[in-house]
Structure formats: structure tokens, C-alpha cells
Design a protein around this ligand. Structure first.
Ligand SMILES: NCc1[nH]cc(CCC(=O)O)c1CC(=O)O
Length: 312
């Protein structure tokens, strides 16, 4: 049992967004437990995803790329908790680790970012749009097959610079990331989920810990936001059922209303040529079962060649 007076080491990536998320987690822990700043230590961990910036993510390993090394540090006891964008998290955690703490979810929507155009509908015929997100590319192609898509990797600043340089006339970012960086002014508007269903867990920060670490468990329990947990766990059950069999784009969103849970999900062909979508309404406590059931419906409705696509 570690000395409860040693600082709690918070592992995070070093990007501005990751640091903002780590600081938010620390501030919530300080407030919930009336702890001083020096009860915490922020430990920055550089991941493969941060180092390899010149190739599309899908070539170098996709999901898990930003989290693997952080989880290794957690398992090795080099950090005590790890703060993650849940959108980037694989649906299964390594043995001995778990996530049971979620911060209040931010805006789940995608932001439309462009100097010259106000919305997707406003984009001229054939306009060049930058995005490296398989989901956003497929959703956009489904709505606007005339648009030209170019890869657009890197952090928020890098992508904004590419827009400035004229590499593309518009791009998409998560509203949540912009909000946490105090940069929502760069968005021309938010895209409603009806028009572009967000990525599973978009806008939600989760905190991972060692399953047997009672000190971290007790600290984190006080800051878990139950409604966000219910929503994200429903979405992640949906994704878990799909992502074993499916490298195609996936979107999913759970929302709470008047005591009920609405869960929407869709899978797309990467070229946007086909979208299969469905939804469930139910009891919030049944979120994970609803997620699995929704995934099963989409899988059963997909034609046999739907999942033949492999990343380049
Ligand atoms: N894949 C990168 C990533 N992971 C989480 C966010 C934004 C914050 C969030 O959704 O919680 C982003 C950037 C983006 O999509 O614009």
C-alpha cells in the first residue's frame, strides 16, 4: 500500500489538449477532497502517435496508438492514474487496469471550421476539405459526394495552419477539444448529430487506474459523473461489439432524456456509398445491453462485402 501522502501521479500525453484534460482532472480531485496542489504530480508521456506525424494513423496502428505507452506506465506503477479522451480509447482495457471515472461530458458535436464558408451546405461544388478521420470523411462523402478530401493530421494548431495555408478550405474538429482549449471561436458552427453523428465517446474524458489501487479508486469515485458514465458505457458497448469485425467507420451517441436513454449508431462504407443506421430507446441502466443489441442489428443488416474494406 503506497504512502497516502505521496503525490498522486497523473499520466497524460503532452499536447495542449491532453494537458488541459489532466489539469481539469487534478482540479476536480483537489476540490472534491480539499487537497493542495502538491498532492498531485503531472507526468507527461510521449506516445508513438505523438512522434509519428507524417503518416495516416491507420497505417501506423490506429486506435491504441496514443494510449498504449500510457497504459504500460500505469501497469508498471510509474503513474497512478491516466487521463484519456475516451474517443481514443480501445474498448477493452489491459488486464489489471480499468476505467470507472468519467468527467462531465463536453459538447459532443463536431465543429465546422472554415474561413470562407459557414457550413457544409455552403461549401461550393468540388471544394477541398481536410480530415483524417475515417468517420468524418465517410459521413461527408455520404452527404456531399462532390467534395474532395485530403488527409489532415496533427494537433489543432497544425490543422488550423494548414487551413490558413490553403491546403483545404474547411475542416472538422471536435467542439469539446476546442472548448477545453478555449478556442470555440475558430468554429464557424457546430454540426448537429442528425447531420454528422459523433464518434463514440466524443467529448468525454475518462480516468484509468489499476484495478487493485484502493487509494486511486477512492479518490476517483468522488469525481465520477454518473450520467456521462451511463452514456459512454452504452456507446462503448456498441463499439466493442462492432470493432472486432469492422474496420469501417463507426459513429454512436447516447443521450439521456426524461429518465430514458436514446442510443443512435451508424456504420458507413469508407467512401460514404452506404450508411446503415439505427437507434434504441430504453432504461439508462440497460445501456450496455442496448449497445450490443444495436450493434447486432447493424451487423445483420450490412451486406456481406460491407466489411471487406481494409485500411490502406
Ligand atoms: N482523435 C483525436 C482527438 N481525440 C479527442 C479529441 C477531441 C476531444 C474529445 O472528443 O474528447 C480529438 C481531436 C478532434 O477530434 O478534433
Amino acid at each position: 500500500m503506497p504512502d497516502p501522502r505521496t503525490p498522486l501521479r497523473i499520466g497524460t500525453r503532452g499536447s495542449a489538449l491532453a494537458l488541459a484534460q489532466a489539469h481539469e482532472t487534478r482540479d476536480r480531485l483537489m476540490a472534491a477532497h480539499d487537497l493542495p496542489l502538491d498532492a498531485f504530480e503531472i507526468v507527461v508521456i510521449k506516445t508513438t502517435g505523438d512522434r509519428v506525424l507524417d503518416r495516416p494513423l491507420k497505417e501506423i496502428g490506429g486506435k491504441g496508438l496514443f494510449t498504449r505507452e500510457i497504459e504500460d506506465a500505469l501497469t508498471a506503477g510509474e503513474i497512478d492514474i491516466a487521463v484519456h479522451s475516451m474517443k481514443d480509447m480501445p474498448t477493452v482495457q489491459p488486464d489489471g487496469l480499468l476505467i470507472d471515472c468519467y468527467l462531465p461530458r463536453e459538447d459532443v458535436r463536431d465543429a465546422f471550421v472554415s474561413r470562407d464558408f459557414a457550413s457544409i451546405a455552403d461549401l461550393p461544388q468540388g471544394a477541398v476539405v481536410g480530415s483524417s478521420s475515417l468517420r468524418r470523411r465517410a459521413q461527408l462523402a455520404a452527404r456531399r459526394p462532390d467534395l474532395q478530401l485530403v488527409e489532415f493530421r496533427g494537433n489543432v494548431q497544425t490543422r488550423l495552419k494548414k487551413l490558413e495555408d490553403g491546403v483545404a478550405v474547411a475542416t472538422f474538429l471536435a467542439m469539446a477539444g476546442l472548448a477545453r482549449l478555449g478556442m470555440t471561436h475558430v468554429a464557424r458552427g457546430a454540426v448537429e448529430p442528425d447531420d454528422m453523428l459523433p464518434a463514440v465517446a466524443q467529448g468525454c474524458i475518462g480516468v484509468e487506474r489499476r484495478a487493485l489501487d484502493d487509494r486511486a479508486a477512492a479518490l476517483l469515485a468522488a469525481i465520477n459523473h454518473a450520467p456521462s458514465a451511463l452514456r459512454v458505457e452504452a456507446e462503448r458497448a456498441f463499439l466493442r461489439r462492432l470493432d472486432g469485425s469492422c474496420q469501417t467507420p463507426i459513429a454512436g451517441l447516447a443521450e439521456l432524456f426524461e429518465g430514458g436513454l436514446r442510443l443512435r449508431g451508424e456504420i458507413l462504407r469508407p467512401d460514404g456509398g452506404e450508411v446503415i443506421a439505427a437507434e434504441r430507446f430504453g432504461n439508462p441502466a440497460d445501456g450496455p445491453a442496448m449497445g450490443e443489441d444495436l450493434a447486432s442489428e447493424l451487423l445483420s443488416r450490412a451486406p456481406s462485402d460491407f466489411f471487406d474494406w481494409k485500411p490502406a
